[in-house]
Design a protein around this ligand. Structure first.
Ligand code: BES
Ligand code: MN
Ligand code: MN
Length: 462
């Protein structure tokens, strides 16, 4: 394909500036205070899809935030790629820990990104990566080289569980008909080690509430004689892992897929430095399930983590009190074959079972989704692999990720097509953390690689 590299070089300043504008809108889906901004972001994406050459662009209303749909149909007989991405972002908290305001994007050089990185909430997850696809379409239409049909489906609730997207997909199977789904919402191993994500973990997210006495009590008058919900909750949580860091919920591992020794050996070939890993996190040692490596622990093994815990007095100074209630938010990352609803059920039962009589326990499921693995012997994977070979000069490594995009398994069920995960972020880009950033090099490389996916997917589909 001609001129893609040249086109990117000629237009890169504008490509960057357009993304910076998009990043200025705080589209935080978790917090209703940002509602107008989330909706404004959808409208901006609508405009950008039209400018990039889509023939049809619609803002599709849902029970929640709208979905932006766009399409460029070249010829009904050609293959169709459905691009998915999300325009919502995580809350920026804790804001104090940002070196620059989260919604005032700046470009700064870092050790890993000497060409500069864009610092802003959503720069990598997922506005920056989603926008690469908008620019890739622009290149293809402006240079008259689009070899296939492209559809876009950009949602605004990914970070809060994609409820409205499920609703939308179930009702629009025909509109969304495609031959492959393409997503850039994951990462790659390193700038000189391209990789394609071949697996995502599932998720079960619950909130637990432990109630003791009917009111907060004086910890001198009552302490020692009634159950302290915070003491009990922490004890219950501690019991959820054994001394080998196995999860103790009965039945939790029943359906976990066991990888063969060969598959594990293949995984271990991916370049990884435990020293650099520890250094990058300022930790003296890693920690996790006995019998598994760090890369296995964070991809092919299920986990259980407390994401937040609260109760009692946390203000300034001291208050002597036994709280009436204690709470925690708990997530379980799941692997293929584990069913998230079944796991939620197993967890709830177990948590209620281990509670002493002196307290009552309530478990409220939040959201969840199934894991996903994609084979590497299909046309989509092969096309992606060839695209990376052209732009990175290397064959990408297939890699299973620890993160979750729960909607991907629903795509397979409802739309009957495979998803290809071409992520261009790095683990060090601090997604969901303060100072999230996305390398300018990664952004432009993504824009260059995506059109080649279209080319090879069309050729290999013949
Ligand atoms: N883009 C991430 C998921 C991701 C990141 C996968 C990096 C692989 C590598 C996505 O936006 C995300 O944050 N997903 C959530 C789940 C969702 C239901 C809130 C997650 O993984 O915590
Ligand atoms: Mn994302
Ligand atoms: Mn995210």
């Amino acid at each position: 394909m001609q001129n893609i590299h040249t086109y990117v070089q000629e237009h890169k300043d504008r490509f960057i500036n357009e993304l910076l504008e998009l990043l200025k809108i705080p589209s935080v889906s978790a917090d209703t205070a940002y509602k107008d901004d989330v909706i404004r972001t959808a409208k901006e994406i609508e405009k950008s899809l039209r400018a990039a050459g889509c023939d049809i662009v619609e803002i599709c209303e849902t029970p929640g935030y709208p979905i932006v749909y766009g399409e460029k149909i070249v010829d009904k007989n050609l293959p169709t790629v459905l691009v998915y991405g999300h325009y919502d972002v995580q809350p920026p908290d804790p804001i104090d820990l940002w070196d620059s305001p989260p919604f005032e994007p700046v470009i700064k050089k870092t050790e890993i990104h000497p060409e500069g990185a864009i610092f802003a909430r959503g720069s990598c997850d997922d506005k920056g990566q989603m926008y690469m696809h908008v620019k890739a379409l622009e290149i293809m239409t402006k240079t008259g080289q689009l070899p296939c049909n492209v559809k876009f489906m950009i949602e605004g609730e990914e970070e809060v569980g994609s409820k409205s997207l499920s609703w939308f997909v179930e009702r629009n199977q025909e509109k969304l008909a495609n031959d492959v789904i393409l997503i850039s919402d994951t990462g790659m191993i390193a700038k000189d080690v391209p990789s394609i994500t071949t697996g995502l973990r599932g998720l079960s997210y619950v909130e637990v509430e432990v109630t003791g006495p009917n009111r907060d009590l004086h910890s001198g008058l009552y302490g020692g004689a009634v159950a302290n919900p915070i003491n009990i909750l922490t004890k219950m949580i501690a019991s959820l892992h054994d001394e080998n860091n196995h999860i103790t919920v009965p039945g939790f591992y029943d359906k976990v897929e066991d990888l063969s020794a060969e598959e594990r050996a293949e995984m271990a070939k991916a370049p990884f430095s435990l020293d650099n890993y520890k250094k990058s996190l300022d930790i003296n040692a890693v920690y996790g399930e006995e019998g598994y490596t760090t890369n296995e622990r964070n991809s092919i093994r299920p986990t259980l983590d407390v994401n937040g815990i609260w109760g009692g007095y946390t203000g300034e100074g001291a208050k002597t009190v036994i709280a009436s209630k204690a709470y925690a938010k708990i997530s379980m990352r799941l692997v293929p074959n584990q069913d998230w609803e079944e796991i939620t059920e197993l967890f709830s039962k177990h948590f209620e079972n281990i509670a002493p009589e002196a307290v009552t326990v309530k478990v409220t499921p939040h959201h969840g989704g199934q894991g996903y693995v994609t084979p590497i012997d299909n046309v989509g994977y092969k096309a992606a692999s060839k695209a990376y070979q052209d732009t990175f000069g290397k064959t990408p490594i297939p890699q299973r990720s620890g993160g979750s995009i729960p909607i991907v398994s629903l795509f397979e069920k409802e739309l009957k097509s495979k998803t290809i995960l071409m992520g261009f972020g790095l683990d060090s880009d601090a997604i969901h953390s303060p100072n999230e950033h996305f390398g300018v090099w990664n952004y432009l490389k993504g824009i260059e690689t995506i059109p080649l996916f279209y080319k090879y997917f069309t050729e290999l589909s013949k």
